[in-house]
Unconditional design. Sequence first.
Length: 279
Amino acid sequence: MTTNTVRVARVDQPAPTKPPFLTPGDFTPEILRTWEMGCRQFFIHKEVPAAEQVSRVAWGMQEPSVQEWYLNDQDRLNKLTFEAYMKEVRAYWLPSDWADVTRQKMLSSTQGNKAFNEWAVDVQSLNTLLRGTTSHLSETNLRYHLESHMHPELANEYRAEKLSAIVGFRLWIESVRLLDEKRLRQLAKQKEAVEAAVRAERSRFGGDKKLTSSSQYNQRASSNGKTGAFVRVPPLTDEERKLLRDNDGCFKCREPFAGHTSNACSKGFPDGASYKTRT
């Protein structure tokens, strides 16, 4: 059984003073954007007049079907501005819904667990693909999107610091980036503190092996020289719930970084007699 693989074109430009080539293959919005930027660099370095720009680079598209399309309408296409030519290339060779798909991908994106700056660059890159279309966002609307889809904890700190009052898109991006990096550093310190506490607790009960409720109880019983009834663990406090939630913990065995949820927990509840509230 054979599988069909899609051959995607790629851009090849030895130097900014040379016109870029677009190798045979399917076009994507990203590839056409890269080729367009290469062409514009070439025009600037070689001072190509606007009336000659299309004719100087059009043959750089090496896909035979594209060359045939250009050859059949060469006289008209050569008279277009380069911007109008690229608009026709996208309209003819990209899927008819490419702008809708790109816009939906951009507007549905959220920061999630990414650093704010990384996510913001991804969103801006998608927006550059939409330049020249009605879907392209202005800096103001782009800022609104980033503002409303940032991480909830960052959004809380963002409002507390009143960063919405900052004027200028680049200054605003930089200010939010610094605030998010501060948040991530605090999160990393919190994670390190929790891991240190877990390691310390494990060392009290014989090394690095994980504890279960039964091993904790047996250890307590043997150290006291007697056994007793299992003491029910107290309910989780709001602070414990947040700590476990932020560190992938289990609400049942109450271990951070447990790798499972309470529904799938096989360890059971810890012994209330030896349990200490997580902080």
